[in-house]
Design a protein around this ligand. Structure first.
Ligand code: PLP
Length: 399
């Protein structure tokens, strides 16, 4: 098989080998149920407690504020639906136009069930205006949910400022930190955030494990109703091996965060600059300053993102057009549309998302292989020909 150059880490990450190692005994020998009365299950319960302490310390939280879930989507759904159920006198939710489908599609469900949903807008750089949030709050607002970092562009929102605004009105604040966790430090001990979602498979743990941080005292009804697990906040026997794996993954993330982020950021910057220097009619989507260190969303005018992906695939390069969850549809992503990225460019958007496993050699390979791909694809485009012969002008020029 051809060597894979994996630059799609916002879609999912490789499970770190020490994580696999930490999990393995919990499939083979330590398979007890943590709720069992016997010592065999009891010893596993002790390990789950330790894992909870590890994850809590990673987030600057207390162990009893950590609820293990099955994924980021469940954490997001639980935060919103659990709050609404606990606050039956409120019917208004505020979120943004650029959320991941885990929240973006939930808003449709909420509207169908009689809730009002306000979507905060973003500007051309993907930033939002805290004053728009301030103005949208009312006495019926049950919850505000604003993502920490955007999965497509990497843009970081001023979550603490926003959470302080809602706290001053006594309204709970949830943040989807699925893309932020493991890449930048998060500290709930010094925060106005009430709830925060994490997903294991974005930080080198397996798919199928997530966390919902719920600050002590936050009103919340369990979304998964069932047993007494997770202090009654999430029914279902704990996924012990994955919880152990997640604890190992956050330990590794903590160890590597500073040093590796400097290296990963440098690789991302080299890749981005290299593309901008070698390909005309390209723009980078999202605020270049307030961004995750590993992500770049690049729009190539007059080419389809899907065609670029297919050609890059032949070179073994894995990236994504828009978000993995929205690809498959040829519509530009709702995130790029909300940012007002010109139509010709939004169609040709590629997201590269790096990790600690990427190397400079891989970046060089992409920088050699990509410009000829774009050139060939553009040669086949009548729109590009019209632009080159001066019959049309680039809408990008207006931005
Ligand atoms: N939120 C964001 C910002 C994401 O990027 C993702 C996954 O891409 C999710 C939520 C969903 O996480 P999961 O795949 O664990 O359900």
């Amino acid at each position: 098989m051809k060597k894979v150059i994996y630059m799609d880490n916002n879609a999912t990450t490789r499970v770190a080998p020490p994580v696999v190692e930490a999990m393995t005994p919990y499939f083979q020998d330590l398979y007890g149920n943590p709720s069992s009365m016997h010592a065999f299950g009891g010893q596993v319960n002790g390990r789950v407690d330790e894992a909870r302490e590890r994850v809590a310390s990673f987030l600057g939280a207390r162990p009893d504020e950590i609820v293990f879930t099955s994924c980021g989507t469940e954490s997001d759904n639980a935060a919103i639906l659990g709050t609404l159920e606990a606050c039956p006198d409120k019917n208004h939710v505020i979120t943004t136009r650029v959320e991941h489908p885990a929240i973006w599609n939930l808003r449709l469900y909420l509207r169908n069930h009689g809730y009002r949903v306000t979507e905060l807008s973003v500007d051309r750089k993907g930033n939002l205006d805290p004053e728009e949030l301030q103005a949208a709050l009312d006495e019926k607002t049950a919850l505000v949910s604003v993502m920490y970092a955007n999965n497509e562009t990497g843009v970081l929102f001023p979550v603490e400022d926003l959470a302080r605004i809602t706290a001053s009105r006594g309204i709970p604040f949830h943040t989807d930190a699925v893309q932020a966790a493991g890449k930048i430090p998060l500290n709930m001990s010094d925060s106005a955030v009430d709830m925060l979602s994490v997903s294991g498979h974005k930080l080198h743990a397996p798919k199928g494990i997530g966390v919902l941080f719920i600050r002590r005292g936050t009103r919340f009804s369990p979304y998964l109703k069932g047993g007494h697990q997770e202090k009654g906040r999430r029914g279902g026997t704990e996924n012990v091996p994955y919880i152990i794996g997640l604890a190992k993954a956050v330990e590794l993330a903590e160890e590597h965060m500073d040093e590796e982020n400097r290296r990963v950021k440098a690789l991302r910057d080299k890749l981005e600059k290299g593309i901008l220097d070698s390909v005309p009619n390209v723009l980078v989507n999202g605020d270049p300053e307030h961004r995750l260190p590993n992500t770049t969303s690049v729009s190539f005018e007059y080419v389809e993102g899907e065609s670029i992906l297919m050609k890059m695939n032949d070179l073994g390069v894995c990236a994504s057009s828009g978000s993995a969850c929205t690809s498959g549809s040829l519509e530009p992503s709702h995130v790029l549309r909300a940012m007002g990225v010109p139509f010709t460019a939004a169609h040709g958007s590629i997201r590269f998302s790096l990790s600690i496993y990427n190397t400079e050699e891989e970046v060089n390979t992409v920088l050699e292989g990509l410009p000829p791909i774009i050139e060939k694809l553009r040669e086949m485009s009548p729109f590009w020909r019209d632009y080159k012969t001066g019959r049309t002008s680039s809408p990008m020029a207006a931005h």
